[in-house]
Design a binder for this molecule. Structure first.
Ligand code: NAP
Length: 271
């Protein structure tokens, strides 16, 4: 599909790209195609090589290590963004983590330590990154993050991550109100299941992946490209009237609880 959005005068910071399958990369690719200059942050040195490969030969890109739970790292990251770009138009938060033990066991048994880790990494970092971005963001800027429908419904084994995603969605609304004064918009994308590194840490992800596709009205899970397209839309001026929203790109799985059947087929069976 060809897109004709011109972002050649825009600058973005994308936080949380581990490799080419990352949802953060799916959005970044669309930004780069639109001519946007993009800086990236990665957490661990082991991921630096992946990001170097992905950004090689792409003008206007730069990368910087940042553990988003570290105020020191955030300060250094946004100073780099200021040095490179002066100002920012977009912030993409594509970060999530919960200790595996908290997702394997019962929700009832979640420890305070695991709860705090999941909330801190997966929800609070949106607030802290937005705070660091605020002085750099141009009026009319846009912030996008990624969530999952386990925030609204119980998804087996999602446990504390469901609570963290609910917090992220609530934070999106509070940030939207405070930043709305400057026409800065804050939205979160609720994506269907995707085979990424983070997904590997979800117990029984294969079952979740299969059952989401089965109930989805479109009969499949969305693609990373579809997530990227929604990201581009929410960052662009095409969506200037939207803020504080949780927007689904999940092939409709969130509206269904049992496998959808086309009416004609269902009627045929009843006869
Ligand atoms: P991913 O490729 O593994 O990306 C997750 C990123 O979060 C990684 O780059 C990871 O870095 C980073 N991260 C974790 N802790 C961090 C920290 N303290 N500081 C900075 N970065 C940190 O997986 P993904 O699926 O694309 O995840 C991106 C977002 O999409 C997450 O919010 C996730 O919950 C959300 N989402 C995913 C799905 C899905 O099915 N995959 C569906 C809906 C929403 P390290 O690898 O170094 O830890």
């Amino acid at each position: 599909m060809s897109l004709s959005i011109d972002m050649s005068d825009k600058r973005a910071l994308v936080m949380g790209v581990a490799n080419a399958r990352s949802l953060g990369w799916a959005i970044a690719e669309r930004l780069l195609e639109a001519g946007c200059q993009v800086g990236f942050s990665y957490q661990g040195e082991r991921l630096k090589g992946e990001l170097e490969k992905l950004t090689a030969g792409r003008p206007g890109t730069w990368i910087q290590q940042c553990d988003a739970t570290s105020e020191e790292d955030l300060t250094a990251l946004f100073q780099r963004a200021k040095d490179e770009f002066g100002e920012l138009d977009f912030l993409v938060h594509a970060i999530g983590f919960a200790p595996r033990a908290a997702m394997e066991g019962r929700f009832l048994d979640t420890t305070a330590e695991d709860w705090n880790t999941a909330m801190n990494v997966s929800a609070y970092t949106l607030v802290s990154a937005a705070r660091h971005a605020e002085p750099l963001l141009r009026d009319g800027g846009s912030i996008v993050s990624l969530t999952f429908q386990a925030s609204q419904r119980v998804v087996p084994k999602y446990n504390v991550m469901g609570a963290a995603k609910a917090a992220l969605e609530a934070a999106t609304r509070y940030l939207a109100v405070e930043l709305g004064e400057r026409q800065i918009r804050v939205n979160t994308i609720s994506a269907g299941p995707m085979r990424t590194i983070a997904a590997r840490s979800i117990p029984a992800f294969a079952t979740l992946y299969g059952s989401a596709a089965e109930v989805a009205p479109l009969g499949r899970n969305p693609t990373p490209e579809e997530v990227g397209n929604l990201g581009l839309f929410l960052l662009s001026d095409l969506s200037t009237g939207m803020t504080g929203q949780t927007v689904y790109v999940d092939s409709g799985a969130s509206i269904a609880t049992i496998k959808a059947q086309a009416p004609a087929a269902a009627e045929g069976k009843d006869r």
